[in-house]
Design a protein around this ligand. Structure first.
Ligand code: UDP
Ligand code: MG
Length: 325
């Protein structure tokens, strides 16, 4: 198998037919020995699953797994990585925001001797100013506070080699931030630039809540800076509080020139309370993720799949028993 194309699907009934046609056209033109589609249905509530099953019935290169519920985009991609068999693997969104026509360029670069070729967004169309702004801010903040270099303005649209997939599958974290993990893995990486199109049909499955979670997973997964900032600000604030205390004692007992001081009291209590809550919250974010990993739950549950020969390493939960791994 030369190439696997992983497509996470969450309510994409409007896009699946066009996506399949465009992908097939591109992949057929690439003179590959063989390739496969790996659709991961992430608990869609629409007709996505039956569309995928129809494709699988017509085309044996279509492989799919159906999750027992919505587990989230990063986990759907992780499942796709577990199930794919290709020597090279493409990760692509189903909504045609990532143009399939870019795949040959990515693949050619990979064959030049890279292990990762990611697609970097030169521009983004049809997305709200708020989304573009928060995304820009997030990528830059992340680049500053992590010690690995996670490329800015890059999603998960990329082609990676089997080596990278095997490394990814050895990373056991529950809170996945795949683009960060791939940067962490290293090897020779490069990029190709493209203009990100609008969503072809349907609506985004990434609510602000899901985006915030992804951002926090990226930060907590790859940076200790927030924890350190919490403790440093604690020291700074208590240092200031100590100086103010000395000053208060001086005013009270030496100059005896003291005021009732309600305002300063309120301000210092509110400020200290705020700083403490922020610090506790930051610690809580890390502890929650620690807990998720200690629990060691499976990352996802598959309720149906036509993949019977997934590669080695731990058996994905839900694969029919007795399948050769
Ligand atoms: N997606 C998913 N699970 C989710 C949300 C999204 O598998 O909970 C898939 C979705 O079907 C698409 C990709 O992830 O293939 C990117 O999602 P979307 O286009 O909604 O995100 P956006 O481009 O708006 O950031
Ligand atoms: Mg999209």
């Amino acid at each position: 198998m030369d190439l696997s194309v992983i497509i996470p699907i969450y309510n994409e009934e409007e896009n699946i037919p066009a996506l399949y046609e465009r992908l097939r056209g591109v992949l057929d033109s690439m003179s590959l020995g063989s390739y496969e589609f790996v659709f991961v249905n992430d608990g869609s509530a629409d007709r996505s699953l039956s569309l995928i099953r129809e494709l699988a019935a017509r085309d044996p290169r279509v492989r799919y797994a159906d999750f027992s519920r919505n587990f989230g985009h990063q986990i759907a991609v992780s499942a796709g990585l577990d199930l794919s068999a290709g020597a090279a693997i493409v990760i692509i969104d189903a909504d045609l925001q990532d143009p399939p026509e870019l795949i040959p360029a990515l693949y050619t670069k990979l064959r030049e001797g890279y292990e990762v070729v990611y697609a970097k967004r030169r521009s983004r169309q049809g997305e709200s100013a708020a989304k573009k702004f928060t995304a820009k801010l997030f990528y830059r903040l992340l680049a500053r506070i992590t010690n690995i270099s996670i490329p800015v303005d890059t999603g998960d649209f990329r082609v990676v080699s089997r080596k990278v997939v095997d490394a990814l599958r050895r990373m056991p974290e529950q809170n996945k931030f795949i683009r960060g993990q791939i940067s962490w893995i290293g090897y020779r990486q490069t990029y190709v630039e493209y203009d990100r199109a609008e969503r072809a049909g349907g609506e985004t499955g990434y609510t602000y809540r899901k985006m915030l979670r992804l951002a926090l997973d990226g930060i907590t997964g790859f940076s200790d800076v927030p924890l350190k900032a919490a403790s440093i600000s604690g020291f700074v604030v208590s240092g200031i509080a100590f100086l103010v205390m000395l000053y208060t004692l001086y005013e009270r007992f030496v100059t005896r020139n003291y005021q009732p001081g309600w305002a300063s009291l309120m301000i210092s209590i509110l400020f200290l309370g705020g700083v403490q809550l922020i610090a506790v919250g930051i610690i809580g974010e890390y502890i929650a993720r620690l807990l998720a990993n200690v629990r060691q739950r499976p990352l996802y549950i598959i309720s149906d799949t036509n993949v019977t020969d997934a590669p080695t390493l731990p058996r994905p939960v839900g694969l029919p028993t007795g399948t050769a791994l």
